[in-house]
Design a protein around this ligand. Structure first.
Ligand code: ADE
Length: 216
């Protein structure tokens, strides 16, 4: 899966995308990340990417020309890719969206807005708009990292044997349900692992997990 990221801050990504499962996914050639620096499409000698809003108001908006030029380059690289914009005005991003995007297996282009937002006319170039929660961040980079993490872990072969089908079977649609889990030692400061988990009775264990699953 090809993932292209359009951002003014490409340096924010390698730490997150270069660690743990996301690093392994690249090592196994299951996913490929690349960056397009929006500044490269800035206008004039100062490579301007933002400007003041018509009608007044605080802050600056991303100009449409650099954004669309960057999207068009990404589309040239991967014409079938979906263009995704994180925005507090988007639909709430859910586990079912991550699943659908992972299963589509097409390329993805993520756009990371900054400042107070973007010129609304870019919307025609966008396929999906997602909000990752009811709070406002300073830019789209963190939401994009979150979406990428949630999608890439579902790409077949990324989690390999590490994903338990038992755990996945509890993750239906948007109900991210997880049961409590324990590892050694059996006794930690007097707090014991529930006996049923030590019993080896798979049926009883599954029942206990279903009863103790929490809805996120
Ligand atoms: N950009 C700023 N805040 C955001 C949020 N909550 N979700 C998606 N994009 C954002």
């Amino acid at each position: 899966m090809k993932i292209q990221i359009i951002t003014l801050f490409p340096d924010m990504f390698p730490g997150v995308l270069g660690a743990s499962m996301l690093w392994k996914a690249q090592e196994r050639n299951l996913v490929e990340f690349s960056y397009i620096n929006l500044r490269d499409f800035g206008l004039g000698p100062r490579q301007q990417v933002d400007d003041t809003p018509y009608g007044g108001g605080d802050g600056m908006l991303l100009k449409p020309e650099p954004l669309v030029a960057a999207i068009e380059l990404a589309k040239q690289n991967d014409p079938e890719a979906l263009v995704i914009l994180p925005t507090p005005r988007g639909a709430v991003y859910k586990q079912s969206d991550a699943k659908e995007l992972a299963e589509r297996a097409c390329g993805l282009i993520f756009l990371c807005p900054r400042y107070e937002g973007y010129d609304e006319r870019i919307i025609e170039w966008i396929d999906r708009q997602y909000c990752i929660g009811n709070y406002v961040l300073t830019g789209g980079e963190l939401p994009v990292m979150i979406m990428i993490d949630s999608i890439v872990r579902l790409v077949p072969g990324v989690l390999g044997g590490e994903t338990s089908t038992e755990i996945e079977s509890f993750q239906q649609d948007d109900e991210s349900i997880e049961f409590p889990q324990y590892t050694r030692p059996e006794d930690f400061h007097g707090r014991r692992v529930p006996e049923v988990l030590l019993s080896g009775h798979h049926g009883e264990i599954a029942k206990w997990r279903a009863e103790n699953a929490r809805k996120a």
